[in-house]
Design a protein. Structure first.
Length: 508
């Protein structure tokens, strides 16, 4: 572990206290001293030059491998229907080599389209090249015939959704072209470091608990990671005896075992989130007009009990209000600790249950930027119960902000800004009564940590006060999205230094 003295900083007061001048010494990966006028004592000195110091930022929900891969995917977000998506894919294929490898596009949202895409129309513009389009919410995959043949998928007319898609996604992740190179990963992690991220909870569908130790062994030490496990991998993790919080072999404190992830229901974008009432304008012939669970209640309880018995916390994906209601009931029955991921639509009666049960609400504020129009359409009778950040916080719940990358950009300042001003364009904030203050949103983005002696030596130097508010929430959000990050430090190692800033050096 490296040593470092961060000198001349202003500690941002996340708990309501005023900012104060302080130096911070990091040794053996931990904060060793906090106070003014600390001597270097042989430690390299990072000059904060009056910048604001905060604990390192965390993203509580990412799919890391998919996010790195997505940087090279064809973007079909914003397309009004399958015709436009097919045209965009056809145009992009012109400049891509035809080497027999799977080509991926992403970003379509079925709920926003007048009809689902068909295999036939995708075939018409792609020919014999294997092409896959992943929905923007990652709950659906639209394959052409060549991709289906490559992956052994029986012929079908339209996209795969939910469990059928997730089973295939795991196989796709095993393809050589699905594995990012170490150089690609390093470049992607550098982008995270440049925005002040020091840690992620990686709930990748493939074996994150295998991939990250290999990456650390190859020299990737710029990021802390908690690795998730899915039901199909649970036997392996339990057999190894890994419990949540345990360091994985060869990783020290950088990579630890995370939660069991269970995708209990679907998504708004695929109309599969399990709701108490049918979607507005439910499609004729839809067998599940209110969405549906991916597991029955008994199976969910069995999985959570196995996790509890093996010392694993849990992360239960629940987007619809019925899914959240049942997930909270099962969490209470089993008595396991953990989180609900997304908690996007809630019954008012369930809001106080998060705090009462000690269940973290792991939410992704930037999702509302993409989802507000769909929600106004198919949840028009219930949008006042969507993305209830303020209600959850006021009820005593613990919030953890994240991105669900690649569903949203893993820029923590985008998430913080979206929590403060619930709009991504010139329209007024959507349900502004559920907005957070900058202080609250930032506090929900640091993994519960503070810069105190004994804390992990993960800090970020900012070039502006992250807690200052502007006359409007729109202006405040703009400041947050543009937040200048001068330096990022993980366990005493400098992982990012802004251009023009002096590198750490010796001092008295």
């Amino acid at each position: 572990m490296a040593a470092m003295l961060v000198r001349g900083a202003r500690l941002a007061g996340l708990d309501g206290e005023a900012a104060r001048a302080a130096d911070v010494r990091i040794r053996d990966g931990l904060v060793a001293e906090v106070g003014p006028g600390l001597r270097a004592a042989g430690d390299p000195v990072l000059d904060a030059a009056g910048g604001w110091l905060i604990p390192g930022l965390w993203d509580a929900h990412v799919h890391a491998t998919q996010w790195v891969r997505s940087l090279d995917w064809i973007d079909i977000s914003g397309c009004a229907g399958p015709e436009q998506a097919c045209a965009r894919i056809a145009g992009a294929l012109v400049s891509r080599p035809d080497d027999g490898r799977l080509v991926t596009a992403s970003g379509f949202r079925t709920t926003a389209w007048p009809r689902p895409g068909t295999v036939a129309e995708l075939d018409a513009v792609t020919g014999g090249r294997p092409v896959l389009a992943i929905s923007g919410d990652a709950h659906s995959g639209w394959l052409n015939s060549a991709a289906s043949a490559m992956l052994g998928v029986p012929p079908r007319a339209g996209p795969l959704t939910e469990n059928d898609w997730f089973a295939l996604a795991a196989r796709i992740n095993a393809l050589p072209e699905a594995q990012p190179t170490d150089a690609d990963l390093a470049a992607a992690v550098a982008k995270l470091s440049a925005r002040g991220l020091v840690g992620v909870v990686d709930v990748e569908f493939s074996d994150a608990f295998v991939a990250w130790p290999r990456r650390v062994a190859a020299g990737m030490r710029a990021l802390r990671v908690r690795t998730g496990v899915y039901p199909h991998q649970l036997d392996e993790v339990l057999a190894r005896g890994w419990r949540t919080g345990d360091p994985l072999p060869g990783c020290g404190s950088l990579v630890t075992m995370g939660p069991l992830k269970v995708i209990f229901d679907g998504s708004l974008g695929t109309r599969t989130a399990w709701c108490c009432a049918p979607y507005v304008g439910a499609l004729p012939g839809d067998p599940h007009p209110a969405g549906a669970p991916n597991y029955d209640r008994a199976t969910l309880a069995w999985l959570l009990a196995r996790a509890r018995g093996g010392g694993l916390s849990v992360a239960v994906h629940a987007i619809g209000d019925r899914a959240n209601e049942v997930a909270l009931e099962v969490l209470a029955e089993v008595g396991v600790r953990g989180s609900i991921e997304h908690a996007q639509l809630l019954r008012r009666a369930d809001v106080p249950r998060f705090a009462a049960l000690g269940v973290t609400a792991s939410v992704q504020p930037a999702h509302l930027l993409d989802d507000r129009d769909m929600a106004d359409d198919v949840w028009a009778d219930r949008t006042g119960r969507a993305f209830l950040a303020r209600s959850l916080l006021d009820a005593g719940a613990t919030l953890a902000l994240g991105s669900d990358a690649p569903v949203a950009d893993p820029d923590p300042w985008l998430a913080i800004a979206a929590a403060v001003h619930r709009s991504g364009d010139d329209r007024p904030a959507w349900c502004p009564e559920e907005s957070l203050t900058p202080r609250e949103a930032l506090a929900a983005s640091v993994d519960g940590r503070r810069i105190v002696v004994g804390a992990p030596g993960d800090v970020v130097v900012l070039g502006a006060d992250p807690l200052r508010t502007a006359p409007t929430t729109a202006e405040t959000a703009a400041r947050l999205r543009a937040m200048p990050v001068r330096a990022t430090v993980v366990a005493g190692h400098l992982t990012h230094l802004a251009a023009g800033r002096p590198a750490p050096g010796g001092a008295a």
